[in-house]
Design a protein around this ligand. Structure first.
Ligand SMILES: NC(=O)c1ccc[n+]([C@@H]2O[C@H](COP(=O)([O-])OP(=O)(O)OC[C@H]3O[C@@H](n4cnc5c(N)ncnc54)[C@H](O)[C@@H]3O)[C@@H](O)[C@H]2O)c1
Length: 347
């Protein structure tokens, strides 16, 4: 089957298959859309069962980056790359150098950064072969605090629409995952008087949240059953699915995780259940805003202002979804397409 007939093909501008025999590199770079600017998106390393699975992932993820950056108001397009391989056994300096040469061959159409299983150290090696890298330790650094801030503001915007006030004091928030983003997100909410229930596979961070944030700890499978106003997925993808929706009692879903909905159909299902869902790529855009500050030369004030803008973007999405009685994810996609169309027309 050709890429053009692939179900996830969405007018991608360029899809590059990268192979380097000496290092064993097998990667796919997908540049989805450069209407707004050069495409930016992380590189993911995953032991895909097949190259077809890798292609599906990179086509879908690169399209998501176009929408994410457009709605975050960034002068950047959407791209993404996947390296096919086992992150524990297949990484080598030669592999990342070979990959860097492929990134460089695109002449700046694609700027790469970290994603799942890729660390800043790996990107530093890529950066020895190309200047089209972002999110390195020596430049923008860790995006997680900005992702946490944007997600916290997203909860406030959702609370305003669902509960009539964006004050989170007294709101019962169930947080799944207390990692780089989740812990800071929890801290911001606890500071405002939210009542937290948390879980993580790492007992150390759970104990810390209990002690420092006054959170209640539950087991990783119990999180779906607790009494909550807001469910905040901050760990895994696809936790909003047919099974968990039978258990989640929240009226708001707002968290930092990527790909929260198991399928696109769950956008409509949560709406019909009366749950207000903050579309994942909108609420967690703080990270890409942070990383793009390097590629787009934003000052730290401008970056922070753009992260704060996530509140207004979600406010707009929630208002339009209510007025038109439509799912929030559908509205977010539509707004992103409107931004791209206006730019293409030169407005
Ligand atoms: N870091 C960013 O700036 C950023 C930006 C956008 C989106 N995201 C998304 O936000 C989520 C969190 O990112 P992060 O950077 O904090 O990652 P992280 O790896 O630092 O934290 C993830 C946490 O989830 C925990 N976890 C794993 N499996 C779990 C389970 N079954 N139940 C509960 N907890 C579990 C881990 O122990 C870890 O503490 C991810 O989905 C990520 O893709 C992160």
């Amino acid at each position: 089957m050709s890429v053009f007939d692939h179900k996830e093909f969405d007018n991608h501008e360029e899809v590059v298959f990268c192979y380097d025999q000496a290092s064993g590199l097998k990667a796919i770079i997908a540049v989805h859309d450069t209407t707004m600017g050069p495409s930016l998106g992380g590189t993911r390393m995953w032991d895909y069962a097949s190259s077809a699975e890798a292609l599906t992932d990179v086509l879908r993820l690169s399209r998501g980056m176009t929408y994410k950056s457009a709605l975050a108001g960034l002068p950047l397009g959407g791209g993404k790359a996947v390296i096919i391989g086992n992150a524990k056994t297949d990484k080598s300096p030669e592999l990342f150098k070979a990959y860097g040469r492929f990134v460089d061959s695109l002449g700046g159409k694609y700027i790469t950064a970290e994603d799942v299983n890729i660390r800043t150290g790996d990107i530093e090696i890529v950066g020895t072969q190309t200047r089209y890298v972002a999110g390195t330790e020596s430049k923008a650094g860790d995006p997680s605090p900005h992702t946490a801030l944007g997600s916290y503001l997203g909860v406030k915007a959702a609370a305003k629409h669902k509960f009539g006030s964006d004050d989170v004091k007294g709101l019962r928030i169930a947080i799944q995952g207390l990692g780089a983003v989740g812990y800071e997100f929890a801290r911001l909410l606890a500071n405002d008087g939210a009542i937290l229930t948390v879980c993580d596979v790492n007992q150390e961070v759970v104990d810390k949240a209990v002690k420092q944030l006054g959170a209640t700890a539950v087991g990783i499978d119990e999180i779906y059953d607790v009494e909550m106003d807001v469910y905040a997925p901050c760990a895994l993808g696809a936790t909003i699915n047919n099974d968990t929706l039978k258990r989640i009692k929240a009226l708001v879903i707002a968290g930092s995780a990527n790909n929260q909905l198991a399928t696109n159909a769950h956008d409509k299902i949560v709406k019909e259940m009366g749950i207000l869902y903050a579309p994942d790529y909108v609420i967690n855009a703080g990270g890409v805003i942070h990383i793009s500050s390097e590629a787009a030369n934003f000052s730290s004030e401008e970056t922070a202002g753009r992260v704060r803008g996530i509140y207004n973007t979600l406010d707009l999405i929630f208002s339009r979804a209510t007025e038109e009685d439509r799912p929030t994810g559908e509205i977010a996609d539509e707004l992103a397409r409107e931004i791209l169309a206006a730019k293409a027309r030169g407005n």
